[in-house]
Design a protein around this ligand. Structure first.
Ligand code: URA
Length: 285
């Protein structure tokens, strides 16, 4: 049993996400069966249509839809441009953060939702001038349903305290709102499916300063391939509707827990953030 648990842990299975076990093989079998049924039905209705058309004196309907893509089943796992477009439509229809939260709960297009326990939407103050964005929730966040929980969150709290702020002064979210299994990096498809939601979330919060935390969130938000050590320590323009705000990227607290010597760089970034906040002044009502 111990060896089995070690094997699970080594493969990223480090917590139970439900009280009841899920038979994913059975789910896949059911999905395949549903897909086959949809294809067979399409095929039969195509044949029926063809027969009806042959018997009828009416002009013929298009010959067959048997070769068209089968009806999309709920368990589709490969997102495509249409899914990303559906995500964007859903996200852009949200006029409040509450709407957006509900839209994400309703959205079934991203595989990560299936294995995560929680939708980790946000923490902090929706009226804040500063919005922090991490990459994706980890184990603690998945359990608690709050971004930056556990040791990483404690360090983030200390970083904020270093410039006189706490979580009530900032809004915190993640690029991807569901924990990738075993904390693996989200795939580029998962990232593109989640992008419309985080972009809408940033637009709805409408912060004065955006703070991407770590290389992954920074690359995705600034749409660059440069590394965090190149991107931090500078202000980058981020387009928010009609206005351009500053993005001030810094090192991820999880990285700083491992590379404590780099905390001095994060300290410099925090000083830049504080200075910029003072220059901007309080948020206009
Ligand atoms: N890392 C992140 O990027 N986000 C979290 O919420 C936790 C860890």
């Amino acid at each position: 049993m111990e060896a089995l648990l070690e094997f699970y842990a080594a493969n990223g299975v480090d917590c139970a996400i439900d009280d009841q076990p899920h038979d994913r093989f059975a789910e896949m079998r059911d999905a395949r069966a549903a897909k086959m049924a949809a294809m067979t039905q399409n095929h039969h209705s195509a044949q029926n249509n063809a027969q009806i058309n042959q018997q009828s004196s009416l002009p013929r309907a298009p010959a067959s839809n048997a070769h068209e893509a089968p009806a999309r089943v709920a368990t589709q796992t490969v997102p495509d441009a249409a899914n990303v477009e559906a995500a964007r439509k859903l996200a852009n229809a949200a006029n409040t953060l509450e709407d957006l939260h509900a839209a994400l709960e309703q959205f079934d297009g991203c595989n990560l939702k299936r294995t995560a326990k929680s939708l980790v939407f946000a923490d902090g103050n929706p009226n804040a001038q500063i919005m922090l964005v991490g990459d994706a929730p980890g184990r603690d966040e998945d359990i608690e349903g709050v971004p930056f929980a556990g040791a990483t969150g404690e360090l983030l709290n200390k970083m904020l305290a270093a410039i006189g702020l706490d979580r009530t002064d900032v809004y915190i979210s993640n690029f991807v709102p569901w924990r990738p299994p075993g904390n693996r990096a989200p795939t580029s498809q998962e990232i593109e499916l989640c992008r419309p939601f985080i972009e809408r979330q940033i637009a709805l919060v409408n912060p004065d300063i955006l703070v991407p935390l770590g290389g992954d969130a920074t690359k995705q938000l600034l749409q660059t391939t440069n590394g965090i050590l190149k991107l931090r320590g500078k202000k980058h323009p981020y387009t928010l509707g009609e206005r351009k705000i500053d993005a001030i990227a810094t090192l991820h607290p999880a990285y700083l827990l491992r590379q404590t010597a780099q905390k001095r760089l994060a300290w410099q970034d925090l000083q830049m953030l504080k200075k910029r906040l003072e220059e901007i002044g309080p948020k206009k009502a």
